[in-house]
Design a protein around this ligand. Structure first.
Ligand code: ATP
Ligand code: MG
Length: 452
């Protein structure tokens, strides 16, 4: 594995050489002696960490050149990690540098053990930030209108949305509860020809049957007891936009007739009214039921079904989306981590296994809720299967002996630590909280090579 790149900037070439030698086992050092060469080296090598002496020529006794180099580096990369080194008795300059964005400072003469420790922490943080940057970038690549999905079946869904959105044709969205039907409806609206139009969503299951007709089509004054004045319905208010009819399977028979006529003629009458009213609202319907069965049993009109299902968009359940589960889980972990001031959380190996094995009856909403809860519950930086309340999923697997379980966790942690520290035993042992000899023993027991 490549060593971590380190840029050492000091006008004293002896110090440069000395540090280079002291750190060469763990890092790949480059050196520079003034601001110009420092910037050139930074641009060329993009070091993970820069050690920067503040007193540089032509004014080696003032911090100005060093501070200018610091801000130039940060302008090139706002997340660059710079550790400032200042002469004795110039601590206030170093503090100024930290105020200007340096990661940390050290005073001369340099204590090499202290430097190593500061470097180690700094590299760890830099790598974490890089991981997040990479995650964010891959998120963007795998995200369509706020929907995360890299699996082939979700990519096909995105492609279909892209195609049908601008046509204005009715769309029927099918999918289990929590698969993102409403998100799809919103995406259809955003990508439609009249982007700015209204989006009105109603759930046919939660509105009482006797009110649903007037909710949808409006009513005239005096149409029924309590109709004190004329009211517009959702089909009218959604004109120029989208009307999202959720749980369409629950639509009562007489409303089905009226909706069918609207889909055929774009015209309707308010309840208790005679006047023909026109609306160009696009109808997007959704259901988590098997609508074809309702048609077969006579509960849902077949002619209406065909009018609604001009385009059918099937949302696969989460368990059929492969690695999207992990992708989504990581995205939620990141977002909720930020929201709950717990950044830097990662999933433990058992959590990743449980996430993949769980059957997700509640789909993405369930995943969201589990991750949000886990973020709140997690102690430390690791989210476990227990934090996700998915230990049952794991215990349903063939039983493992305690020894097997212990060894598999040990193996995972040792390998992770070694990878993070490029095979450096001292650093990995430090992170794992064991002595170097213990780590060597563990590696031998588990059959792990240093560069594995
Ligand atoms: N692909 C996705 N990427 C990110 N978040 C998603 C995705 N799909 C759904 N969600 C989120 O999951 C939750 C459920 O989505 P939504 O409400 O659209 O599902 P639904 O199918 O309408 O559910 P229900 O059948 O229960 O009404 C929402 O919080 C939504 O933001
Ligand atoms: Mg919904």
């Amino acid at each position: 594995m490549a060593k971590t790149k380190l840029l050492i900037v000091d006008d004293n070439e002896d110090i440069c050489t000395q540090m280079k030698w002291a750190l060469r086992n763990d890092y790949e050092p480059f050196t520079a002696v003034d601001r110009a060469s420092a910037l050139a080296a930074f641009t060329e090598h993009r070091p993970t960490v820069t050690l920067l002496d503040l007193g540089l020529p032509p004014r080696p006794n003032e911090p100005t050149e060093g501070l200018a180099a610091l801000s130039a580096v940060l302008a090139l990369d706002p997340l660059a990690k710079v550790i400032v080194i200042s002469g004795q008795g110039e601590k206030q300059n170093a503090v100024r540098a930290v105020g200007a964005g340096a990661y940390d400072f050290l005073c001369k003469p340099i204590d090499m053990d202290e430097l190593r420790l500061v470097l180690q922490r700094c590299v760890y943080l830099a790598e974490l930030e890089q991981e997040y940057r990479a995650l964010e970038q891959s998120m963007q690549a795998d995200t369509f209108e706020d929907m995360v999905g890299a699996s082939p079946n979700m990519q096909a869904v995105f492609e279909l949305i892209r195609k049908v959105a601008p046509t204005g044709a009715p769309v029927l969205i099918l999918g289990e509860s929590g698969t993102g039907k409403e998100m799809v409806a919103l995406a259809l609206r955003r990508l439609s020809a009249e982007k700015g139009g209204p989006f009105v969503a109603i759930n046919c299951n939660t509105i009482p049957e006797n009110l649903l007709e007037s909710e949808l089509f409006g009513h005239e004054k005096g149409a029924f007891t309590g109709a004190h004045m004329q009211r517009k319905g959702h089909i009218e208010t959604a004109a120029g936009g989208t009307l999202f009819l959720d749980e369409i399977g629950e639509l009562p028979a007489q409303v089905q007739v009226k909706l069918l006529r609207f889909l055929q003629e774009k015209c309707f009458q308010r309840v208790g009214g005679r006047q023909e009213i026109h609306s160009d609202a696009r109808i997007v319907a959704a259901t988590n039921r098997n609508l074809e069965e309702s048609v077969a049993s006579g509960k849902f009109r077949e002619d209406l079904y065909f009018r609604l299902a001009v385009v059918v968009l099937k949302l696969p359940p989460l368990r059929e989306r492969g690695d999207d589960i992990i992708l989504l889980a990581k995205a939620f972990l990141y977002n909720y981590g930020v929201e709950h001031a717990k950044p830097g959380l990662t999933f433990a190996p058992d959590a990743l296994r449980a996430l993949t094995l769980h059957s997700w009856p509640g789909n993405i909403r369930e995943l969201q809720n589990r991750v949000r809860r886990a973020v709140i519950m997690a102690d430390g930086n690791r989210v476990s299967a227990r934090d996700l309340e998915l230990t049952d999923t794991l215990s349903a697997l063939p039983p493992q002996t305690l020894k097997d379980a212990r060894e598999s966790v040990e193996r995972q942690m040792v390998q992770d630590a070694l990878r993070r520290h490029c095979g450096k035993i001292t650093a990995a042992a430090l992170e794992l909280g064991v002595s170097r000899p213990t780590l060597y023993e563990l590696m031998e027991k588990l059959g792990i090579a240093r560069d594995s």
